[in-house]
Design a protein around this ligand. Structure first.
Ligand code: FAD
Length: 302
């Protein structure tokens, strides 16, 4: 999908008439429709390092903004604290469950200090040597946002590209059976889980904000007299026929920072609600004669 077609781009009351799309041969075609439901996902590709797939470019948000939609909370982007850092722009995730199982975040100096301490005290606790303890009493088990910020601060201080996730004090066989995908990906990079320290850094992971929608996934129109498509300029009307669900939408359910795994739950609930409303909308819209059939869409096609 390239862009939304409106009944009238100059109107104060924006109404969806269809979609412009791109064929694999590069030609453009139109899909006339009284309803468009945007589900184009996140926008992690805006950042150099992201866990998101290459398609997460925020297309749906920009299309809708061009059509007069309001957005909300786009300043809230969640960073996953522990993406494997090998200089690749699409690093793989080291699940937070690995820290839950006892892995400890350290700088290279922290690791040296711990190794030295173990020479005189074999029971020295790696957590006592982690830079995370200076930020939060929970150390490496602090919440996602706190850990991501602490690592970012440490990287800015040291000038390095990553910190280390240390697992050598844990049972390697247990880790390999509990996290087989991570263990395999590490092996491909020449590292063994439970033995080698894993280089990790934060990466853009989830866009909390998005298209401003109501509880049915209907997209709010913005105040068209303002150039600022933010929530503060949301008008009191909806863009007729425009819906958004999933990461591209901002339902407000995630507050300023999504709790892990709540995105799929939100997507399922709002997809259903939105689907119900789309069918209602189309049933009502079928009663009226769309103005684009009077020639506008044919003009656009040429
Ligand atoms: C590595 C990783 C792990 C995650 N783990 C979890 C988890 O455990 N639990 C959880 O709740 N959430 C998790 N998330 C977040 C969750 O997966 C996403 O928020 C969710 O998948 C988004 O779903 P979506 O349907 O909105 O978008 P997506 O699933 O991203 O789908 C968007 C689709 O739109 C298509 N698209 C994009 N642009 C266009 C265009 N211009 N025209 C046509 N199509 C287009 C894309 O090709 C894609 O098929 C994770 C995310 C990542 C990256």
């Amino acid at each position: 999908a390239l862009d939304l077609i409106l009944d009238d781009r100059d109107s104060d009351e924006r109404k969806i008439a269809g979609l412009w799309c791109l064929n694999s041969d590069g030609s453009v075609f139109t899909l006339p429709s009284r309803a468009v439901l945007i589900a184009t996902g996140g926008a992690g590709q805006l950042w150099r390092h992201t866990t998101n797939p290459s398609v997460a470019t925020g297309d749906g948000i920009t299309m809708a903004v061009r059509a007069g939609a309001a957005v909300a909370d786009l300043e809230f982007a969640q960073f996953h604290p522990t993406a494997y850092s090998n200089g690749d722009s699409n690093p793989f995730l080291i699940s937070e469950a690995v820290r839950g199982d006892g892995a400890v975040l350290m700088t290279a100096e922290d690791l040296d200090n711990w190794h030295q301490a173990k020479q005189t005290d074999s029971s020295a606790d790696p957590n006592d040597f982690s830079f995370m303890r200076q930020t939060d009493a929970r150390g490496s088990l602090a919440t996602r946002d706190i850990v991501a910020r602490a690592i970012d601060t440490e990287l800015k201080r040291s000038g390095r590209h990553h910190v280390l996730l240390v697992t050598e004090h844990l049972d390697a066989a247990h880790l390999a059976s509990r996290f087989p995908n991570i263990a395999n990906k590490m092996l491909k990079n020449g590292l063994k889980i439970g033995i080698d320290a894993i280089p990790v850094a934060p990466a853009a992971h989830y866009i909390v904000g998005g298209l401003a929608v109501n509880e049915w996934g209907e997209v709010w129109q913005r105040d068209l007299n303002s150039d600022d498509p933010t929530f503060s300029t949301k008008s009191d009307r909806l863009v007729d026929g425009l819906f958004a669900i999933g990461e591209t939408a901002c339902t407000g359910l995630h507050g300023a920072n999504r709790l892990a795994s709540n995105s799929l739950l939100e997507a399922v609930v709002f997809s259903h609600r939105s689907g119900v409303r789309v069918l209602e909308w189309l049933a009502a819209a079928a009663q009226e004669k769309p103005t684009y059939l009077n020639g506008e869409l044919m003009d656009l096609q040429t």
